[in-house]
Design a protein around this ligand. Sequence first.
Ligand SMILES: C[S@@+](CC[C@H](N)C(=O)[O-])C[C@H]1O[C@@H](n2cnc3c(N)ncnc32)[C@H](O)[C@@H]1O
Length: 286
Amino acid sequence: MMLQDLKSNFKKALVKLYPDTEIEVFFYRLTEHKLGLKRIDLALNQLLTCDDFTNLFFEDALTRLKNYEPIQYILGATEFYSLPFKVDKNVLIPRPETEELVDWILETTKNQKQIAKTIKILDIGTGSGCIAVALAKNLPQAEVWALDISKNALNIARQNADLNEVSIRFIEANILTLETLSTKFDVILSNPPYVKQAEKLLMKPNVLNHEPHLALFVNNENPLIFYDKIADFAKTNLSSDGTLFFEINQYFGAELSALLKQKGFTNIELKQDLFAVDRMVKAWGK
Ligand SMILES: C[S@@+](CC[C@H](N)C(=O)[O-])C[C@H]1O[C@@H](n2cnc3c(N)ncnc32)[C@H](O)[C@@H]1O
């Protein structure tokens, strides 16, 4: 089949489900992934054809897109902080807001001149390993540890560390029951599950039906449970001038700041993301 015809069939099949611009993005990401062809190559070579394997690949992608599966899972890949990452249904797809958390951690770490010594960093709830890998890549002298309860997520995170040629110590553990680790950290950070069950109704099917609920949801009754537990863990596992960073649900900023203050953290700062909502918190351990 001609690629032009494949494209027009692809568009027709999705036109009622997605905006035109998004369909175009899907098509070009799939052709780049499967055929190594960029949009410009397709524009310059109108007569390109594709074989049966490519047809089958697009048929499968169409079925999955009709089911609102995220394109990142279909490709098995995404980008975070301009680095390549493998993703599958066991890990949350890294979000642009989280890149801003990485920016803030790097800025703070570099400003504190901690860059001069080896610093230890712990990422709690590492998922795909996106934050840990981006930090390890940008702070080559740092010792990065990453923890998750999910064996399958850690398996992907390990592959992402290899893919990006960084060394990370991975730990399989439940942060809700873990008391301590054998070492102290200069930075402890987490983007924990923070979506209330009650917010499910507002979520799009691509997220709700495909991304891991273990990574997303907390009980309505105790939505700060991870922050509470991680803050306690940080009290014993942060070094004396250490810093705690969190990504947060936009509605938790004030409540979490109060909780951290009550636990004795100081210099508590709330930061907004590119959508101008409260998205990150930083606090000093002492
Ligand atoms: C919101 S995702 C964050 C993933 C990744 N850090 C990111 O920013 O894209 C939360 C992660 O916490 C992990 N998690 C959930 N409950 C946990 C627990 N009790 N102990 C440790 N990790 C947990 C999930 O498996 C998931 O990978």
